[in-house]
Design a protein around this ligand. Structure first.
Ligand code: 5AD
Ligand code: SF4
Length: 649
């Protein structure tokens, strides 16, 4: 057993025993390191300052939070300033090219610095690392560490090795007579990738999934600079078995595995105990969740996550109501519906329970009934359709036809959309998928019209290395056509969103206050003389720490997400189906327009909040932290295509 495994187990025991992480401030963290508490190696001695930037979906944000928690517990500190860091980590996304390009340019910028600072450690985590493997280091020799999303629990050990290796390289370099003009520093080459290991066994049990320890060892204590946290993500499934032909996720995040329900509930309880009142369950296809207790496997006294049995729950028009609930339901099985019910009933301190993302075909009535009958489960579904053309859905390997998708929307609304409590639905679409004709595109237009989404995340097809589509289909829709189709869908969705928003005007609603609005934070940052992309201004936001998401420094949590959303403008990036982001450039663009009209005076500030249907609500109130992270009642006074204006009751 390697030391990284010991660390994960130690950290799990430490945190599950309720011990707080060391209160490591930026300057004092090394001295206050946790070596005595862990009883392990002299971890504090190797403490370094880390800059961590996160790209992509909510799953990546959660991963960053979890690895950060581990690293802080091991004595590392974090800095929001890359120039001050001894260790630079990028948690990457490869779902679309745009996100990937940013990482390449960040790595390119580090080339010169590494020549001057051979001790600098650079790590690439996440989907890009998994997809490209060591070829990434060959292309970018500044990279010392590669860790795929399925191996993140190994990061502390790899980081320690890389720090030591680079220290000795730096010492060697210091002995050289004069600075060489060629790079003499080679990568420390610390690599942990899953390869296809997660798919090797077809058995139900996923024994030996050490990644579970990463979630289990989650720290609940506030991180550096953090107020009390009120909103958190909790992973319920990892990976994906759907293999949509355009999508890289099944290759980078591996086989679908489901976490033991007791682990999930325990995590929710611990979060609630630390002040969290809103939990968002994450998974690529959350409604596939199922844990078969008879097949559970224990390893080192810890129940292991379980591989997903191929799923045929939910059914649709084609099945004429046969599979309206998970067919494996029973006393010895926890279905997604059971899991929602259990969290709702066993953790009453969680006032809002949300989940993303749902796969449209497998959504049974059992889940809809649980949402209907449990008031603290939010009335919001994110169910990507991707296309309105049956021909393209087939080429995409989506596994359903438009009729089934529409049947699901009708069913969901029949169960959940009432005049007292509306249901809102959002979707994802890809335009310009190979061979998409005008006729296919018009079918998508028709679907968006029928579906009446709250909002849609619309992407131009981006051929991704490693996917089925890139090998099988030429990217034959010209860029100009993709762009005009993209714009047409956006314009259409904007009008629909506006109409949906107007239905809320005059209503009194409960909202969860996420923090200052984006514009308010920018204004405050500017007033403090900080750069406009600086920290989630004013210290409000219940965030996690100085994490940087898509190039924007965030204090984490949803307030931070909103900030990160700025970078996603242009409708190119959102991470939805990957347990992904709730923020689209679309939303943020509109929000900024609103903000400019409503400049707060004196001590008042503009806050951003969400309804339980996921509508964004802006209101002005006295500046300060008291509102943030609380549930408040507002009256909606105005609406535009993606935000509601409101007043506090
Ligand atoms: N090109 C464009 N969009 C993609 N998505 C996933 N892969 C691609 C791709 N290769 C979109 C899908 C998915 C969302 C997270 O990203 O719409 O639901
Ligand atoms: Fe899985 Fe979603 Fe990717 Fe399809 S689009 S392969 S369901 S993550």
């Amino acid at each position: 057993m390697g030391f990284r495994r010991c660390w994960s187990v130690e950290l799990y025991r430490l945190f599950s025993a309720g011990m707080r992480r060391p209160e490591a401030g930026p300057e004092e963290g090394h001295e206050k390191g946790c070596e005595p508490r862990l009883g392990g190696p002299k971890i504090a001695a190797m403490a370094r300052r880390i800059y961590l930037e996160t790209f992509g979906c909510q799953m990546n944000e959660l991963d960053s939070e979890l690895v950060s928690g581990q690293l802080v517990a091991l004595g590392y500190t974090f800095t929001p300033d890359r120039a001050l860091a001894d260790v630079i980590l990028y948690n990457t996304c490869s779902v679309r090219e745009h996100a990937e390009q940013k990482v390449w340019s960040r790595l390119g910028e580090l080339k010169e610095r590494k020549l001057l600072e051979p001790g600098l450690v650079v790590g690439v985590l996440g989907c890009l690392a998994e997809r490209d493997g060591v070829a990434l280091i060959n292309r970018m020799p500044v990279v010392d560490i590669l860790v795929g999303p399925g191996e993140l629990d190994k990061l502390p050990g790899l980081l320690e090795n890389a720090v030591k290796t680079n220290e000795s390289l730096a010492a060697d370099a210091a002995l050289l007579p004069s600075p060489p003009d060629q790079p003499y520093v080679t990568s420390a080459r610390q690599v942990a990738l899953q390869g296809n290991a997660s798919r090797r066994s077809a058995t139900l049990a996923a024994a030996g999934d050490s990644l579970e320890l990463l979630d289990l060892s989650r720290s609940m204590s506030p991180m550096v600079g953090e107020g009390v946290r009120r909103s958190a993500y909790v992973r319920i499934t990892r990976g994906c078995n759907k293999f949509c032909t355009y999508c890289v996720v099944p290759f980078t995040r591996g086989a679908e595995v489901h976490r033991p329900p007791d682990h999930i509930i325990e995590e929710c309880k611990r979060l609630a105990g630390s002040g969290v009142i809103e939990v968002t369950l994450l998974g690529q296809t959350v409604n596939h969740y199922r844990f078969e207790h008879g097949a559970a496997v224990m390893l080192d006294g810890i129940m292991q996550p379980q591989k997903g049995r191929s799923y045929a729950g939910g059914g649709g028009a084609g099945l004429a109501g046969v599979h309206r609930r998970d067919p494996f339901t029973g006393a010895n099985v926890t279905t997604f519906a059971d899991l929602l019910r259990r969290i709702h009933d066993e953790v009453p301190a969680i006032k809002r329970l949300r989940f993303v993302t749902s796969y449209p075909r497998d959504f049974g009535d059992d889940v809809l009934e649980v949402i209907r009958d449990h008031p603290r489960i939010c009335r919001y579904l994110h169910v990507p359709a991707q296309s309105g053309s049956n021909r393209l859905l087939k080429l995409m390997n989506r596994g359903y036809e438009v009729g089934e998708y529409l049947e699901f929307l009708d069913r969901a609304r029949a169960f959940l959309d009432t005049s007292e409590r509306p249901l809102e639905i959002s979707g994802d679409f890809i335009v310009g998928f190979p061979t998409e004709t005008d006729e296919d595109f018009e079918a998508t237009v028709a679907l968006i019209h029928k579906a009446q989404y709250k909002n849609s995340f619309i992407f131009k097809y981006s051929p991704r290395p490693g996917t089925v589509a890139i090998d099988k289909f030429a990217d034959d829709v010209p860029e100009g056509v993709k762009r005009s189709r993209n714009n047409r869908l956006l314009a259409m969705q904007t009008a629909i969103s506006q109409g949906r928003g107007e239905r809320y005007v005059g209503r009194e609603l409960e909202v969860f206050v996420e923090g200052y609005s984006t514009r308010e934070r920018k204004k405050r940052a500017a007033e403090r003389g900080a750069c406009a992309t600086g920290s989630g201004g004013g210290g409000v936001g219940g965030g996690l720490m100085a994490l940087t998401v898509n190039g924007k420094l965030t204090q984490g949590g949803l307030a931070g997400l909103e900030m990160a959303g700025l970078e996603r403008a242009g409708h190119e990036i959102a991470g939805h189906e990957h347990g992904g982001g709730e923020v689209s450039g679309h939303e943020v663009r509109v929000e900024v327009e609103v903000s400019e009209k409503a400049s707060p005076q004196g001590p008042r500030a503009q806050f951003s909040a969400r309804t339980d249907t996921d509508m964004i609500v802006m209101f002005d109130a006295e500046a300060g932290e008291e509102l943030v992270g609380s549930l408040r009642r507002v009256i909606v006074t105005s609406a535009n295509s993606l935000t509601l204006g409101a007043e506090l009751v």
